[in-house]
Design a protein around this ligand. Structure first.
Ligand SMILES: O=C(O)CCC(=O)C(=O)O
Ligand SMILES: [Fe+2]
Length: 513
């Protein structure tokens, strides 16, 4: 089931030309379905316009705003055909051309030509961090790209030389192919290539960089996506979205080969970009002393996945192959997969929210939602996968403080007009969703703002669902031992204190330890 919200577009577009380089880890576990990261080295490029200063960015304490005029001027030189240059792919795919990292425009005012947006109601346990479905960011933008744009991307992917990736040996040397190896970068930056288990990733992939395409995609996506991720941006304190992953991935699924994408979470990709001098000064002022980035460079992290369907499902070019958002405790064993697959056909049921691919349709969602692509009945599915990049100090924030999406707070109808209204709305929400005294361990995790890793590990050892009362059942000393094994001492004590508090409230007196 989806709830609908229309918004309107304007003709403002963003383009830009920050110097750009990728020289660090790009996690590929999302496309491999495995916790490996893919390390790219030595890719760098600069754009001829690097020295022109690019668009200015002004950042206030609690909000952000941009000077669009500069962007707007620059964009006027862009050809009306967004994908000009894509045809020249033979010589056009370079190790790394450049990508747009200028901020997208502010949300547009209402107007008649806006793409339609549907918000997704994901299953209750779809979020890795157990965020309530109304707290997560997941939506569909309809008809954002036209037939020619989609065809151009398929052509680009089919003829891609993938030269930039050949050193890792994990992508096909040309066009689409199965990924059979993954590279994992350890803490010292050493790369280890491992063979994937058979069938770990049963779909074809073409990975490539192509600056003009990334720019064109971001021009459209930035302005369509931005109005719908404001609350996400505030929750995770990520600052504004800064661009797309320069590395494009087109996935191809053939019915004849039984191609699928098994259930998985997407992983964060890290991309190092060059910074202009004036932006660095901003960093120097605001950052903690021990957290000042290397001069001239900063690392952006992807937090949101973007899928762009490049051809039509629903029995047109192919049938089946829907994207499913699923409960993550449904497991990923063959038997549970079959349970999901049985339901293929569109719509939503108790454990799956299904999206039928349509050419030009875009799905945007936070990385931490469990999802998969089901089997095809006939034909070939093409989908482009990219990510929205942010400048976050730590991706921990993604799993922490959450506020309910404001449209839900307000009964799904009217939206607050300004930030003050949003602030009021979210304050109310925080009060209702986070009890003053936590009752369950997951409440306590929120209450204590535990890091994502801590929550994950508590989940892994099966404690997350326990009530605080049950937590203490084996006795405080015993549970302290267990907790200290998996989280640091302070966190363990925090959780124990929360449990003691909860018990104190229940019985109206202190318990004896
Ligand atoms: O093909 C799809 O529908 C899903 C693709 C996906 O999950 C991914 O690329 O990470
Ligand atoms: Fe994915």
């Amino acid at each position: 089931m989806v709830s609908q919200s229309e918004f309107d577009d304007d003709d403002r577009s963003s383009c830009g030309s920050d110097s750009f380089s990728v020289d660090t880890n790009v996690a590929l576990s999302e496309m491999l379905g495995l916790p490996y990261s893919y390390f790219l080295d030595g890719l760098s490029s600069s754009h001829p316009d690097d020295d022109d200063g690019g668009p200015d960015r002004h950042r206030d304490d609690d909000d952000y705003d941009y000077d669009h005029d500069h962007d707007h001027e620059r964009c006027e030189s862009i050809s009306p055909s967004l994908f000009d240059g894509v045809e020249a792919i033979g010589e056009g795919v370079r190790a790394l051309e450049m990508t747009t990292l200028s901020p997208p425009p502010r949300p547009p005012p209402t107007g008649p030509s806006s793409p339609r947006v549907s918000f997704l109601d994901v299953p209750r346990r779809c979020s890795r961090y157990r965020h309530h479905p109304s707290d997560v960011t997941a939506f569909v933008v309809h008809d954002l790209f036209d037939a020619e744009e989609c065809r151009s991307i398929i052509r680009l992917a089919s003829s891609s030389s993938s030269s930039s990736s050949s050193s890792s040996g994990i992508v096909p040397s040309s066009g689409f192919g199965y990924v059979t190896e993954a590279a994992h970068a350890d803490d010292d930056g050493n790369v280890h290539v491992v063979k994937l288990a058979d069938g770990a990733n049963h779909h074809k992939l073409s990975v490539f960089e192509h600056g003009p395409t990334v720019d064109a995609l971001w021009t459209k996506l930035g302005r369509s996506v931005l109005p719908h991720i404001e609350s996400f941006v505030r929750h995770v304190q990520s600052g504004p979205p800064l661009g797309l992953n320069p590395r494009l991935r087109v996935l191809r699924y053939d019915a004849n080969d039984d191609d699928v994408f098994d259930p998985h979470f997407d992983a964060t990709t890290r991309v190092t970009v060059g910074k202009r001098e004036e932006e660095m000064e901003e960093y120097d002022e605001n950052d903690d002393e021990d957290d000042v980035p290397v001069r001239g460079k900063t690392t952006l992290s992807s937090l949101l996945t973007v899928l762009i369907y490049l051809n039509d499902g629903g029995g047109v070019d192919f049938d089946g192959g829907e994207t499913h958002f699923i409960d993550h405790d449904y497991g990923d064993s063959a038997s549970s997969r079959h349970r999901h697959y049985r339901g293929v056909g569109g719509g939503t049921d108790a454990t799956s929210t299904r999206i039928t691919p349509e050419r030009g349709k875009v799905v945007v969602f936070e990385h931490d939602l469990y999802h998969m692509s089901g089997p095809l009945i006939f034909g070939t599915k093409y989908v482009l996968r990219t990510d929205v990049l942010f400048n976050v100090k730590s991706t921990d924030g993604v799993g922490r403080r959450r506020r309910r999406r404001r449209r839900r707070r307000l009964g799904g109808s009217s939206l607050p007009e300004n930030d003050d209204e949003l602030a009021n709305t979210t304050t109310t929400t925080t009060t209702t969703t986070t009890p003053t005294t936590p009752r369950t361990l997951i409440d306590a995790c929120r209450w204590l703002s535990l890091a994502v890793e801590d929550v994950r590990v508590l989940d892994e050892i099966g404690l997350l669902d326990s009530t605080l009362d049950n937590l203490l059942a084996p006795g405080v000393h015993a549970i302290r031992e267990v907790l200290r094994d998996v989280v640091d001492g302070r966190t363990a004590e925090g959780l124990i204190q929360a449990a003691l508090e909860s018990r104190r409230d229940d019985v109206g007196r202190n318990i004896i330890i």
